[in-house]
Design a protein around this ligand. Structure first.
Ligand code: PXP
Length: 237
């Protein structure tokens, strides 16, 4: 199981005082040193945490893969073409949301997603779609076409009862299996933490987890390297 560490919230902390610290590149190097398989960052349309300069620095300095989460807004796509990350993960974006609240709707936004994915692919940027665990979304993703999907684990992570949690888990398992049989590389993420990651890490078809908030929260107490080592231990047994 690979671990992608999302460092957006290092930049959120920087934003608190509007100064230069903490530096996301510094965090990325620690993550790399601790065995993270990739660095994940979301360049939001309002640039509210990660900035373009962070991405150029990351691209230059970091040796592990750079996974850019991005909307399909034309200026963001143009930026991605200039940056050339190792992967572009297409996510929905709403200005007011605290975090990415759901997956992209491949059915509803089919044409626009297809157009963005085509542009990125033509420029040798592999594309992953962040989608809700829903077979219909997988079927639409087949037509884009993309080879990678990341399943949104938010409903599982935020479940209020054991029953809801179990139902959400079964849904993720079913869709992960389905996506795999359709030839996708399957990843998952959102809301995963030190207490709920175990069941997701056991799903064989999922080969990568992307985790941010919980790792940065733990890092505030125990340090980033230790926080990543603890998470790697949990997801790899
Ligand atoms: N994967 C994707 C596509 C995301 O948008 C996010 C949130 O930015 C994550 C993973 C990580 O979510 P969290 O910060 O809740 O671990």
């Amino acid at each position: 199981m690979r671990l992608g560490v999302n460092i957006d919230h290092i930049a959120s902390i920087r934003q608190l005082r509007g100064g230069p610290e903490p530096e996301p590149v510094f965090a990325a190097l620690i993550a790399q040193n601790a065995g993270s398989d990739s660095i994940v960052v979301h360049l939001r349309e309002d640039r509210r945490h990660i900035k373009e300069r962070d991405l150029f620095l990351l691209k230059e300095v970091v040796k592990i893969k750079l996974n850019l989460e991005m909307s399909i807004a034309p200026d963001i796509v143009e930026f991605a073409l200039r940056l050339k990350p190792n992967r572009a993960t297409l996510v929905p974006e709403r200005r007011q949301e605290m975090t990415t609240e759901g997956g992209v709707d491949v059915r509803k936004d089919f044409k626009a997603i297809k157009k963005a994915a085509k542009k990125l692919n033509q420029n040798d940027i592999p594309v992953s779609l962040f989608i809700d665990p829903d077979k219909a979304q997988i079927n639409h993703a087949l037509e884009i076409p993309v080879k990678m999907v990341e399943l949104h684990t938010g409903r599982y992570a935020n479940a209020k009862t054991e029953e809801q949690k179990e139902r959400a888990l079964q849904q993720i398992k079913t869709v992960a299996r389905y996506a795999k049989t359709k030839g996708f590389f399957v990843f998952a993420g959102h809301g995963l933490d030190y207490f709920n990651v175990d069941a997701i890490a056991k799903i064989e078809e999922i080969e990568e987890l992307n985790i941010g908030y919980s790792i940065i929260c733990r890092a505030a107490i125990v340090g980033l390297e230790e926080a990543i080592l603890q998470m790697k231990h949990l997801i790899n047994g």
